[in-house]
Design a protein around this ligand. Structure first.
Ligand code: TYD
Ligand code: MG
Length: 470
């Protein structure tokens, strides 16, 4: 006989505890444990005779998979790996107000021209969604709109042979399954709602798009479990003050995970940015020290972005180290290498590092550009405006080779740069003369060479300033 039992589930990380506590053991969140009733079936071993045998089949199938649904919004199609896969579930996370609802309404408006699309809003009333549609200029699109939070009703609507092909649920945290006691937004409800919706999507071949809220820590609210249940997880991110928005894949069963889509939030919705480098470099001034252009890669696409550093005398005993858009651990490593191996002094100085435009860089190839920006700010010598920098730095101050050199150089040449400071390439690769993309290449083997360049560029006064912080 089934026995009712209690467990306590953390609403922020999904950890399960047997006893209630004020603090979650797993994520350290306060007051996040909520009671849930679990149905426990009594121990009973299964009798193999009572089951039905399932078919075991080979890997090569006869049927061709159904075609992907291409939205025509190139930035999202690329992140998805070439469009939406029928029968799959995509979770889109992001801070409130970042533009998730806007993006999805624009996408379904495009897709509705080729198939039936439903947009189910649990957060906004029909009129509010309509107002947004007016603003986006998509009122003519045949999107089927509903405002509902009851999963049973939603399933009844969608579970028809001629039902919609694409369904947006905005957001999964507002949905609830009546048979559960917990309130909407709790882990149990979110998990049960997602499970039901995903099951239907698989059965009917629906491409399901779920909006998920994120917590203060930046992960999708409540459930890590949700990330395991869906096929694709995308994050929509950006700084609130900036107009750029970046769609980033973090899990994708049907495509790459390192691609990004870049959008600009305008008065009339999100616009695609086919050439992000031009946008990220738009406000650049070329005569300031501490600013260096990094030739980076985001998935298959090269992205040029400005790295800004400010090294200033600190009024505090413990100088500050602040980083926006890069990893603070990596910054600590680069400053340590510059201090220990190149004789530069960061003690007693605050260090601020910023990736302009609100982009977040994860590539180690940014090391050399960061080092150049730091040295430039420290010495007061501006980096040449026509130069891009990239390369990974090792702990012994060696500059290591990075991938996709050619794409980086080509993008730099396209945007009018004429010089590149980069790691030494292997001889065999260097053989072809066309690989330089018309750029003047300066290969650097040691970080100290880079530091010396800046020191040489600046006159004696700043070198003295370097030796004696004030
Ligand atoms: P929204 O899509 O509601 O965000 P989310 O669903 O992620 O919470 O976006 C809301 C923000 O976008 C809001 O601050 C206004 C802004 N916005 C524009 O700047 N232009 C537009 O055309 C639209 C529709 C919204
Ligand atoms: Mg919204």
């Amino acid at each position: 006989m089934a026995k009712r039992n209690k467990q306590y589930v953390c609403q922020s990380c999904g950890a399960v505890a047997a006893k209630w506590a004020g603090k979650c053991e797993s994520c350290g969140g306060w007051n996040t444990l909520v009671e849930e009733i679990i149905e426990v079936a009594g121990p009973k071993s299964l009798n193999p005779k009572s089951g039905r045998a399932i078919d075991l089949v080979g890997l090569a199938g006869q049927d061709t998979p159904p075609p992907r649904r291409v939205s025509g919004v190139a930035e999202i199609d690329r992140v998805l790996g070439g469009g939406l896969v029928p029968g799959s579930a995509v979770l889109i996370g992001g801070d409130p107000g970042i533009g998730k609802s806007t993006l999805l309404l624009q996408v379904v408006a495009r897709l509705s021209k080729a198939g039936r699309c439903a947009y189910i809003s649990g957060e906004e009333a029909i009129d509010q969604v309509r107002m947004r549609a007016v603003r986006l200029g998509v009122t003519a699109a045949p999107v089927e709109l509903a405002a509902s939070t009851n999963v049973r009703d939603i399933l009844a609507t969608l579970d028809a042979a001629d039902g919609p092909d694409v369904v947006v649920i905005d957001s999964i945290q507002t949905m609830y399954v009546e048979t559960l006691d917990s309130a909407p937004g709790t882990v149990a409800q979110v998990r049960a709602s997602a499970q039901e919706l995903i099951r239907l999507a698989k059965k009917r071949g629906i491409a399901l798009l779920l909006v998920g809220h994120v917590t203060k820590e930046g992960t999708i609210a409540g459930p890590r479990v949700l990330e395991h249940m869906v096929d694709t997880v995308l994050y929509f991110e950006g700084e609130r003050g900036h107009q750029f928005r970046i769609l980033r894949g973090v899990k994708n069963r049907f495509g790459p995970t390192d691609e990004i889509g870049v959008f600009e939030m305008t008065e009339a919705g999100l616009m695609e940015v086919p050439n992000p480098s031009a946008l990220f470099l738009a406000d650049r001034r070329d005569d300031v020290s501490g600013a260096v252009v990094f030739a980076g890669m985001e998935g298959t696409r090269p992205v040029l972005v400005e790295i800004q550093a400010l090294v200033a005398p600190s009024p505090f005993g413990t100088p500050r180290r602040a980083v926006i858009g890069w990893d603070s651990g990596r910054l600590a490593m680069v400053t340590a290498v510059l201090e220990a191996r190149c004789g530069l002094e960061f003690t007693g100085r605050d260090v601020f590092l910023n990736v302009a435009g609100g982009l977040k860089i994860t590539e180690p190839a940014a090391d050399l550009a960061v080092a150049a920006a730091l040295v430039s700010s420290l010495t007061g010598a501006a980096s040449a405006a026509d130069t891009v920098v990239f390369g990974e730095i090792g702990l012994s101050a060696e500059v290591r080779a990075v991938g996709q050199t050619e794409s980086r150089l080509k993008e730099a040449a396209k945007l009018g740069f004429t010089r590149a400071i980069m790691p030494a390439r292997r001889k065999s690769k260097n053989a072809g003369a066309g690989l330089n993309a018309g750029l003047q290449i300066e290969e650097i083997g040691q970080v100290s060479t880079l530091a010396e360049k800046f020191l040489a560029a600046e006159n004696g006064a700043s070198v003295r300033r370097l030796a004696k912080p004030h």
